[in-house]
Ligand binder design. Sequence first.
Ligand SMILES: Nc1ncnc2c1ncn2[C@@H]1O[C@H](COP(=O)(O)OP(=O)(O)O)[C@@H](O)[C@H]1O
Ligand SMILES: [Mg+2]
Length: 320
Amino acid sequence: MDTPELGLLEHRLLFVTGKGGVGKTSVSAALAMLAASRGKRVLVVQVDAEGGLPGVLESGPIAYDPIEVSPNLWAMSVDTEEALREYIRRQLRLPIITRLGPLARSFDFVANAAPGVKELLVIGKIMWEIREKSYDLVVVDSSASGHVVSQLSAPNAVNELVQVGRIREQTQWMIDLLADPVVTGAVIVTTPEEMPVTEAIELLDRLESETDVNVAAIVVNKVLPELFGRGEQEVFDALNSVEGRRAFAQVLGDDPAALLDGADLASRLRRSRGKHLERLRSGIPGDRPMIFLPQLFSASHGIRSTRELAEAFDDEIGEA
Ligand SMILES: Nc1ncnc2c1ncn2[C@@H]1O[C@H](COP(=O)(O)OP(=O)(O)O)[C@@H](O)[C@H]1O
Ligand SMILES: [Mg+2]
């Protein structure tokens, strides 16, 4: 699919995905915070009940009804059962049901038999927020790699099952919005490490072949700063030799081993990450925007880290 010349934050809907632990939740929160700081009305959505959004936003608990956690920034958490309850209330115009009981059981039966139904409810709720509320941008802290593909292809899957009627009408508009690269984008998060890179390349492939959603950007998170340029590396190598260490110790009046070992480790770690980064580059078509976010070294992983990542994003994506 052609990638339009469109800034990341100009989308209306971004699904942030990638391998577990790469920083999806942190990146979702940082993107949402950056967009809100630029004056957009932003909703950030947690799909996984265990998701760490309240932690990175320091927002207190979030629930099915969006709450404003800071100026211009709303947060919510979607779960299937509440989405089903709302769907029944709105679409089937049944009275509010507090406990789903037998209906939930028959729903489970249908949902397990027909792939995509559960995913459709979650996606449907998110799309409904986009359509009905005046958010400029909705950022979804999506499920990890495998599941997001079935989530994003759910409207198509259900649409194919149901040929006529209301459900078909209700899935078609979602399909149209999801497939529109001006509206919707997937953001694949990865880190310069072996498994995350492999998974990112596979995920890009699957998103392109199994869904209509355009991959808007690849975010490479936890990139280590470059410690030494080529010149410094030579100096370091000389210092780090047996004679170098001996001379260094004399000047220092102390054993420099711990210092040099530390620097050596950091430098080798960066080089090994560089190798994975190269593999990522060669596995991803050149026209995909790549955004690099630094490894943070702060002890806490709360709102301060999120702000730092938002600033790094700001530097990377400029005005767009
Ligand atoms: N750029 C970064 N630098 C350092 N630590 C990070 C960075 N991004 C995320 N983390 C940390 O990595 C861990 C996983 O991040 P998280 O956003 O929860 O990932 P995911 O949602 O993909 O599982 C958390 O402890 C988080 O604080
Ligand atoms: Mg997460």
